[in-house]
Design a binder for this molecule. Structure first.
Ligand code: CA
Length: 361
């Protein structure tokens, strides 16, 4: 399916229908409030942290002339309904992870994370300096959205299990939660993959509806309490090496904002990524140590399992290449990765391996 046929067949009825259902903007005494529906419950570490930084920075930077009214799942729409709500104008903006919306368009995977994709820094390099932001907007045109990245999880963990994964065959029949293209990769290995919103995961793992799950990383996972119901934790994962969070805005709402308010939203989104990512990375190590103190066994997947992830990932990526916009986004992302990573591998990557060798680590 190319992007034109996608426009015609989109369940959203295109931008004209969206514009007619747009709610009246909330103006009061020259101030503007944007309703932001988010995919995370209040208090969820990393994710709600990012949404809350965005909320605070926009209010501070605009001296209160632009504010965000956060709505947690269930307050206006469900966790995974935020995209459609903003596309249609039911809400003004969302805070979520765009890979939840690969059903709307597979290229949305790239604005969160793809298997064997970029780290947080590599995603940011592409987004702001390699054409990513422009492609986010091109994709957003289909759905009446202005794309903004606001937050990053850093490198995500391999996930929570009740049994060790000693070969790729151990995924066969496993009821596992993993969204995005990573979930499709585990499907190739025989797993029964579901995407369940974060706020429902603890219950699903406790009840046995899931055999295992991936959520984010030590800081977020500890807060969610998964250590109470599973004791095996794989540290590194192939599926989300640096997941961007998105805070995209209904395009009609965006176009109606002043240039100053648009600049505040864009700059607040960039600052949100920086402050929330650094907060997360500065806390993950201590959180992992606390998980281990509670009896969690921390492991890494073997090279054989990583090789199976790699082969299945290549298949999944290639299966989406019939969509011209997916192909454009993939080519742009991979060109940026090749350009920036050639130096990163020789500098940061090599330096860290040498530091660990010399000092131990
Ligand atoms: Ca995740």
């Amino acid at each position: 399916m190319d992007r034109r046929s996608f426009l015609k067949t989109s369940a959203f009825g295109g931008t004209a229908a969206a514009a007619t259902t747009l709610a009246a903007p909330a103006y009061a005494q020259g101030k503007r409030t944007l309703t932001m529906v988010q995919s995370w419950p209040r208090g969820f570490a990393v994710l709600d942290d990012a949404a809350s930084y965005m909320e605070k920075m926009v209010a501070d930077m605009s001296d209160g002339t632009l504010t965000i009214d956060k709505k947690a799942p269930g307050e206006l729409v469900g966790a995974l309904e935020v995209f459609d709500a903003v596309s249609s104008g039911q809400a003004d903006m969302y805070h979520s992870a765009d890979y939840y919306f690969i059903g709307q368009h597979p290229a949305y995977a790239y604005f969160t994370a793809v298997p064997f994709g970029g780290t947080a820094q590599e995603l940011t390099n592409w987004y702001y300096h390699g054409g990513g932001e422009q492609l986010h907007d091109e994709l957003g045109q289909i759905f009446n959205l202005k794309g903004l990245l606001a937050g990053n999880s850093g490198s995500q963990s391999g996930g929570w299990f009740r049994k060790e994964i000693n070969s790729a065959d151990d995924f066969n029949g496993l009821k596992f939660r993993m969204p995005g293209l990573g979930g499709k990769v585990l499907g190739k290995l025989g797993a029964s993959v579901q995407n369940i919103p974060g706020g429902e995961l603890y219950q699903a793992l406790s009840s046995g509806a899931l055999d295992g799950l991936e959520w984010v990383g030590p800081m977020a996972d500890e807060r969610a309490g998964f250590q109470e119901v599973a004791k095996i934790y794989y540290a590194a994962g192939f599926h989300e090496p640096g997941s961007g969070l998105a805070s995209s805005v209904n395009l009609d709402v965006w176009n109606d904002l002043s240039g100053q308010h648009q600049a505040i939203l864009r700059n607040a989104s960039m600052a949100t990524t920086h402050i929330q990512l650094s907060e997360t990375l500065s806390n993950n190590g201590a959180a992992l140590a606390r998980l281990q103190a509670q009896g969690v066994k921390v492991l890494q997947f073997s090279d054989d399992v990583w090789d199976a992830f790699g082969a299945a990932s290549a298949e999944v990526m290639d299966e989406n290449m019939g969509d011209s916009l997916f192909a454009d986004v993939r080519a742009s992302f991979e060109a940026s990765m090749a350009a920036s990573s050639s130096w990163i591998n020789k500098s940061d990557g090599y330096y860290v391996s040498q530091r660990n060798r010399v000092l131990g680590g």
